[in-house]
Design a protein around this ligand. Structure first.
Ligand SMILES: [Zn+2]
Ligand SMILES: [Zn+2]
Ligand SMILES: [Zn+2]
Length: 865
């Protein structure tokens, strides 16, 4: 054992002990309260980055803390292992996606183990393994049986030059990421999950999620996008039938001066046929259909349209109004047809101005006198209905319901609730994903793969060219199959599932990760679920969390999961950021590519030019403002890396990288090590203080600080995760103890309090810096392992503020008594003594010559006369 803190040796030792002892393996135990803490599992991209270090350090503190609190803690880890980068590596470098992925998992697992994270590795899952994805297929089949999985036509991004479907993230500014050709929309038949069946429950259950950040709840609400309104028919003029529109503002129907259709609306082309507008309409449809719906829906997208040459009748005004096609109306939402009310809808307003369409004001705000001539933007707020026939004079909020009811009574339409949420398209024309377990037979149609034949495994004989449609189609072995029903020649579905399917139920799989007969054991899942604390990036605030919630509810309805919601509490950690460096000639520079110093200024190592220090931004490969955790851990150790990331900012806030911060964390651990190493022989001779023996006031103060620190650190960790202030309190206590230990009062009494304090610090630090804490515990001669030590409780007596009774004399005679807190200054006591009403009577009008203070006992005021 060395006097100098040696992180590497200590960390390797404890990581070996934990691994060999399977220290964090858990089983269900009904005698103890359970706690399930989970960090979002990583994509095995190759190496961990600082964002991972932060995410997993936070989770590990929670896991270790809860264990010390007596909980039976489930803390698993796995790999979200299907996805595009593996397939790209195959196309670009000829490595098989499986080999690439497995290699990355091995490497990253080693990195995670070097961080000392307390995972139950026996429960590790990788979604690309057939043992896992067979249950994706099984769940798909259950969904199919219940009508929750179905097929329909839908648009995909298509690169005409690469002849391939592109994921949204492969479309950069409307062009193919690989060849830069313009991306078009292509219609394909694809599989969907009917998540919209759960829209109302997904929305209303958000109210139960009190442990989620408000911003995430808001994002989920907006994504589901419930709107209450009406569907109303606008009869066509000169054609059979009517246009059915959906509106959330029936109260403005008297102001509808035209109708806008989506270019995909079934009537879009037929209405223009034979009119002078036919050619213009066909050109417009062809042009707009190439643009993705998401892009058309963006606020910045310029509103444009074309007149169809046709009219319909506003049933409330009886007027004939023109029908336009508009780029911002989407078929996916509502009916693909909207009544346009330019005075009260901003998009319609811009559109009307551009195409010189009439604007009619029908809602007047109280106390105002808006006119269409002076209107510079749409008025979208509340007011009183005007120019609205029998409905004029009503508050518009009432009008909404009245107009909808009137339309319903006339048979013109009905009240309607709509959601922005669409069904979840799960088909991907990719190789590296879960094969969809469906077979197509000319005789029998769509046939599900029998459950006994699962898993449908990914074939190996697939060339990765990056061209064409689904790569699985290239494998004859895979696609040609006998029909399970009639035995005739049939073909397999060659699309694979969206990788979000994999992550929608992995938290359930962890509860019985090795079970070969079902996706998870119902009883085990019931014991562990819901996840008590989920931790991950806010970029997953919408899709992943929504899909996981949907799966949980759908699996509940299949009788498998027993909870309504998967994640009771959610923490979204902030980003890790750092300043950027740029050389005029060499562009963005890595921190390691600088020479010089902060004082002299930094220069480019390549050319010697001074570098421009840029803003503090999220660490990213493109800006090169990254720190490799491997370098950090190699240089200072995992405990320093953990302590720095936990101390530098509260978990939900952004963390700014600081070299000084890292060095500060390392210095603190080194000082702690040195003090205990030096004092250990002295301390071996005494038991830690327990408050039983009489102590001096100074030592009572020190004990009070120790117990107040226990209380503060417990409060800060529990529920609030204020790790930074908890660590600050521990550091402060250490400074106090260190000063006391190095002072001259090395009496037995002082030693026992200092020992109590130091052992407390080791226990309080155990969740944050587990390696050094365990080592120091052992160094102090404890037979038990720190991992098995309970979290300390504070002594109510010790934290109670001590009071002193001070006798106040005037010229040697007792004239009063005051009570003061023990830790106040002499000045405070003297001022209070002189201000005591009984004392004032004896000194009033006389001049005070001096004040004598006998510490903790007496103040004597000497006055003239
Ligand atoms: Zn391309
Ligand atoms: Zn058949
Ligand atoms: Zn340079």
């Amino acid at each position: 054992m060395k006097e100098r803190y040696q992180a590497k040796a200590i960390e390797e030792k404890w990581q070996r002990i934990w691994a060999e002892g399977r220290s964090f393996h858990v089983r269900e135990d009904v005698t103890r309260p359970k706690y399930y803490v989970l960090e979002m599992f990583p994509y095995p991209s190759g190496r961990i980055h600082m964002g991972h270090v932060r995410n997993y350090s936070i989770g590990d503190v929670v896991a270790r803390y809860k264990r010390m609190r007596g909980f039976n803690v489930l803390h698993p880890m796995g790999w979200d292992a299907f996805g595009l980068p593996a397939e790209n590596a195959a196309i670009e470098r000829g490595v098989h996606p499986q080999a690439w992925t497995e290699e990355n998992i091995v490497y990253m697992k080693t990195q995670l183990k070097r961080m000392g994270l307390s995972y139950d590795w026996d429960r590790e899952v990788a979604t690309c393994q057939p043992e896992y994805y067979r249950w994706n297929q099984w769940i798909f089949l259950q969904f199919f049986k219940k009508g929750l999985a179905y097929k329909k036509n839908s648009f995909v991004n298509w690169c005409p030059s690469c002849e391939t479907v592109l994921a949204n993230e492969q479309v950069v500014d409307g062009a193919c990421w690989r060849c830069d050709s313009a991306v078009v929309q292509k219609e394909l038949e694809q599989w969907f999950f009917r998540i919209t069946d759960y829209a109302e429950e997904l929305l209303s259950d958000l109210d139960k999620l009190e442990g989620w950040p408000d911003k995430v709840l808001i994002m989920q609400r907006n994504w589901i996008g419930k709107s209450t309104g009406a569907e109303i028919d606008f009869p066509l003029v000169g054609h059979e039938g009517a246009l059915r529109i959906f509106t959330t503002r029936p109260d403005t129907i008297f102001g509808a001066t035209f109708v806008s259709l989506a270019v995909e609306h079934p009537l879009a082309q037929t209405l223009a046929r034979g009119t002078p507008q036919q050619q213009a309409v066909e050109d417009f449809i062809a042009r707009i259909r190439k643009i993705s719906q998401a892009r058309r829906d963006e606020e910045e997208t310029e509103k444009e349209g074309v007149f169809t040459g046709a009219y319909c009748r506003n049933p409330f005004t009886g007027e004939n109004i023109p029908i336009y096609l508009a780029n911002f109306v989407l078929m996916e939402y509502g009916t693909g047809a909207v009544m346009a009310v330019p005075a009260h809808d901003q998009r319609d307003f811009e559109f009307a101005k551009k195409y010189r369409l009439p604007i009619r004001l029908v809602i007047q705000p109280a106390g105002h006198d808006l006119t269409t001539e002076t209107l510079s933007e749409a008025y979208v707020d509340e007011g009183v209905m005007v120019e609205s026939g029998a409905f004029s004079g009503l508050p518009n909020t009432e009008g909404k319901e009245k107009i909808a009811a009137f339309a319903e009574s006339k048979g013109w339409g009905k009240r309607e609730i709509r959601y922005r949420l669409r069904d979840w398209g799960v088909s991907r024309q990719r190789y590296w994903g879960t094969p969809i377990p469906i077979i197509y037979c000319d005789g029998c149609g769509t046939v599900p793969v029998p459950e006994a034949q699962l898993p449908v495994e990914l074939p190996k004989d697939v060339p990765f060219t990056g061209k064409g449609g689904s790569p699985l189609r290239e494998s004859k072995l895979f696609s040609q199959v006998a029909c399970p029903k009639c035995g005739g020649a049939a073909r397999r579905e060659t699309d694979t599932m969206d990788t979000f399917v994999d992550s929608s139920w992995y938290f359930l799989r962890y509860t019985s990760a090795r079970l070969p007969t079902a996706p998870f054991d119902v009883d085990h899942a019931q014991y562990w679920m819901a996840v008590d604390q989920y931790i991950g990036g806010v970029e997953h605030a919408v899709l992943h969390l929504l899909y996981a919630r949907f799966f949980t509810k759908a699996l509940r309805d299949l009788g498998l999961a027993k909870v309504d919601e998967p994640f009771t509490n959610l923490l979204t950690q902030g980003m890790v950021s750092k300043e950027t460096y740029r050389c005029e000639d060499h562009g963005w520079l890595f921190p390691g590519d600088l020479v010089g110093s902060e004082k002299e200024g930094w220069r480019c190592a390549e050319c010697g030019r001074p570098v421009t220090i840029g803003r503090v931004e999220k660490m990213s490969k493109s800006k090169r403002n990254i720190i490799d955790p491997e370098d950090l851990i190699g240089r200072y150790g995992a405990d320093t890396a953990r302590l720095f990331t936990l101390f530098a900012a509260p978990p939900e806030k952004d963390l700014e990288w600081s070299d000084q911060g890292v060095e500060g964390a390392y210095r603190f651990l080194s000082r702690l090590w040195r003090l205990i190493y030096q004092q250990r022989n002295l301390w071996a001779q005494v038991p830690p203080a327990n408050g039983a023996t009489e102590q001096s006031a100074e030592l009572r103060d020190l004990r009070r600080t120790i117990h107040r620190t226990i209380k503060k650190v417990s409060d800060d960790i529990d529920g609030r995760f204020h790790f930074n202030t908890a660590i600050a309190a521990i550091m402060e206590l250490f400074n106090g103890l260190s000063a006391a230990a190095q002072g001259d009062s090395q009496s037995r009494a002082a030693t026992d309090v200092i020992k109590e304090g130091t052992e407390t610090i080791i226990i309080l630090l155990a969740p944050f810096v587990p390696h050094i804490a365990n080592e120091l515990w052992e160094l102090l001669g404890h037979d038990d392992r720190l991992d098995q030590v309970s979290w300390p409780t504070y002594s109510e007596v010790a934290i109670e503020e001590e009071k002193l009774l001070i006798v106040v004399q005037v010229n040697g005679k007792v004239r009063g008594k005051i009570t003061v807190p023990a830790d106040v200054t002499q000045e405070y006591i003297e001022t209070n003594a002189l201000a005591d009403p009984r004392v004032i009577g004896f000194i009033d009008g006389k001049s005070v010559r001096r004040v004598v203070y006998v510490p903790r006992r007496l103040v004597n005021v000497v006055v003239e006369g």
